[in-house]
Every structure is written in structure tokens, then in C-alpha cells.
Design a protein around this ligand. Structure first.
Ligand code: SF4
Length: 358
């Protein structure tokens, strides 16, 4: 049982009290760890076996970020602190060096950026992700997947190329729109679209398998034909060949945060969202198929490979299986909605995949 404001007993002794790095409005504190590797439970059906999150908390500030609840285990406030109080993992590198060779020899895979962004703004100064990547690059046959919005990934082109040449590396750069003003609202401290497109271009130019992750598609905000056409066209123009995607997933406390923000920023959609997500964290039914058809058709138009749901991304280090958190049962037939308003009316609110946390 988590008590608000109280760190979980096993985490409390590991949390630093002094800030080690600051930028306006953001505090960084150390968090001791003996093991950076987290094992994905056999039942998780994740498309990878292990994860490393160099940081806890993420300053990019995405309104839809579902990982905010993880701060509650640290005794921090998920709403207020997740984007402004960042814990920096210290330690665990020797353990990583010792275990990675066996892990990769067994064909197991490691994911960087599953709960927080490994290239968030603090990384250039703090360097924990670089330390992890250095250990991965030392092992021949490494199998690594990275998801990020951060341009700092370009700093590590040397290591990424090394890993890709001797093993298997997939990168997904998350970008949901080319609308600068909208993204400033939705992802206030993430790099603007032009920067992420340039990151994709340089990753591709370096010969790396870098896909655009259109995750999550936001109903009524980024799901239109024109918006997706512009996004996928821009991706293709920057050398991208592969697209993954999913739809907005809303679970508490992100649900309250996102809907509260929407109420203030786009009040005309608030009621439709509340109704659409009234019975669950996922949208589903005909709306999902409508978006799927649209993205597929636009990918074909721009010469991109057929898009895959994030959960079905088979180009990863090994066959991606479904993560229960993202798992989507077959949607029940439902009337085809023409808009988010009709999604709400149709009651097509079963389940689909959610936004990719990076
Ligand atoms: S969605 Fe990813 S980039 Fe955005 S705040 Fe969450 S972890 Fe950071």
C-alpha cells in the first residue's frame, strides 16, 4: 500500500536528499542502486526481457505520460513532481557489466526508455544513459531497443553504430504531430518537431534502424487526415522508412492530469473525452479501425512500410509480444464514428494500446 508522501520502505534508504543538478524549475537528486537491470516478468508479454531506466521522472512534461504514477513509490507527488523532481540512478554499473554478456548470449533483449526518456534534458550533463550504453556496446551481439524524444541521442552515434554493427539495435523516435503550437501545449519541454525530424534524418543517415513512433495518437487533436498526412510526409522526407503507432491510453493519475489539461486548453473536447473514456483506459471499436486505416493508407501514400502497432512491432530485437498494459482485445463491432464526439456517442470504449512512454 502506497502512502502519499512516503517512499516505499525498500526505496526510502536509496533516495538522496540533496539536489545534485538544477535547471530552472527542475531538481535532480541521486538514487542509489545496486542493479540497473529490471527483469520483465515472464507473464508481461513485453517485446523485451529487461529494461533500464537511468532516471526516474522525466522533464519533457508530456500531458499524456502514463509513467507518472511511478513517482508515488518514491513518496513524491505523481502530478506535481514527476516532471520536476528527477532521480538520477547512481551505481549498478558493475552489476550491468557482469550480467549483460550472459543476457545477450541467451538472446535476451534490453530496452532503454520504457518508463522515462533516457535522453531527457538532464542527460547531457548527467550522462547515466551514456554510461549504460558504453556497457552495452562492450558486448558483442547486444540486442537493444531505444525509445526517445531527445536530440541528445545524436551524441551517442558512435556507440549506437558500434552496437548495431555487432548486434541488433532498433530506435524509435516519438513524434505525434508537426504542429509546433500544439506540441508546445502537449509536450511542453520536448524538442520541437523539426528537431526530432532532424534527429531521425541523422540516425537514418548513419545507417541505423530508426522508426517514427506516432504514439500516442490523440483523439481530435492529432488524428485528422491532414495532421497525419503532414506528419508521415515529413517523416518520409527525412528518410524514415518505418512507422509504429498507438492510441491514447488514460489511466489514473494520468487520466485526471490529461483531462484537467484538456478542459483548460481545449474545453470543446473535454466532454467528448470524458464520455469516450468513461468506461475504461482505452478507446476501441470502429474508431481504432478508422485511425488504423488512415495511417495505413497515408504510409502507403508516402512510401513508408505498413505501420505496426507499438505492441506488434516485429522489427525489434525479437518478436514483439503484447504487453498487458497495452494489450487490446478484439474490438466489438461498433458504429463507425466520424469524430471523437461520435466515439463518445457510440460507446465504443473498449480497449486499445496506449501512449508509448519514453
Ligand atoms: S511520455 Fe516519455 S518523454 Fe514524455 S514525459 Fe513521459 S517519459 Fe518523458
Amino acid at each position: 500500500m502506497i502512502q502519499p508522501g512516503v517512499a516505499a520502505p525498500h526505496l526510502a534508504p536509496r533516495l538522496g536528499l540533496e539536489d545534485v543538478h538544477e535547471r530552472p524549475g527542475v531538481r535532480y537528486r541521486e538514487m542509489e542502486t545496486k542493479a540497473l537491470l529490471n527483469r520483465c516478468p515472464d507473464t508481461s508479454r513485453m517485446p523485451f526481457d529487461w529494461t533500464v531506466n537511468p532516471y526516474r521522472g522525466c522533464t519533457m512534461g508530456c500531458r499524456y505520460c502514463y509513467a507518472a504514477y511511478t513517482h508515488e513509490y518514491l513518496g513524491a507527488d505523481a502530478q506535481a513532481d514527476f516532471h520536476s523532481l528527477i532521480y538520477v540512478k547512481r551505481g549498478g554499473l558493475e552489476d550491468l557489466e557482469r550480467r549483460l554478456p550472459g543476457l545477450f548470449a541467451r538472446g535476451e533483449t534490453l530496452a532503454l526508455g520504457t518508463a522515462t526518456d533516457p535522453y531527457q534534458p538532464g542527460e547531457p550533463a548527467l550522462g547515466v544513459t551514456r554510461q549504460v550504453l558504453t556497457r552495452v556496446a562492450a558486448v558483442r551481439g547486444a540486442r537493444l531497443a531505444i525509445t526517445t524524444k531527445g536530440a541528445a541521442i545524436l551524441r551517442d552515434l558512435d556507440l549506437l553504430g558500434h552496437i548495431a554493427r555487432r548486434g541488433h539495435l532498433t530506435i524509435r523516435v516519438s513524434l505525434i504531430s508537426t504542429d509546433v503550437a500544439l506540441l508546445r501545449e502537449v509536450e511542453p519541454w520536448a524538442p520541437p518537431p523539426a528537431v526530432r525530424l532532424e534527429v531521425l534524418r541523422r540516425l537514418r543517415a548513419a545507417g541505423l534502424d530508426a522508426a517514427i513512433a506516432v504514439s500516442p495518437v490523440l483523439p481530435a487533436l492529432t488524428d485528422s487526415e491532414a495532421a497525419l498526412d503532414a506528419l508521415l510526409g515529413a517523416a518520409a522526407a527525412h528518410g524514415v522508412a518505418r512507422v509504429t503507432w498507438n492510441l491514447l491510453f488514460l489511466r489514473s493519475p494520468t487520466r485526471e492530469k490529461y483531462l484537467g489539461w484538456l478542459e483548460a486548453a481545449f474545453p470543446r473536447y473535454a466532454e467528448a473525452y470524458r464520455r469516450a473514456y468513461a468506461s475504461g483506459a482505452y478507446l476501441g471499436g470502429a474508431y481504432v479501425e478508422r485511425v488504423r486505416e488512415r495511417i495505413g493508407r497515408l504510409c502507403a501514400k508516402h512510401g513508408l512500410a505498413a505501420p505496426v502497432d507499438d505492441i506488434d512491432d516485429e522489427t525489434g530485437p525479437r518478436r514483439a509480444a503484447q504487453l498487458p498494459l497495452f494489450a487490446a482485445p478484439s474490438p466489438k463491432p461498433a458504429p463507425r464514428p466520424s469524430s471523437i464526439r461520435n466515439v463518445a456517442k457510440s460507446g465504443a470504449t473498449s480497449r486499445i494500446s496506449c501512449g508509448t512512454p519514453t
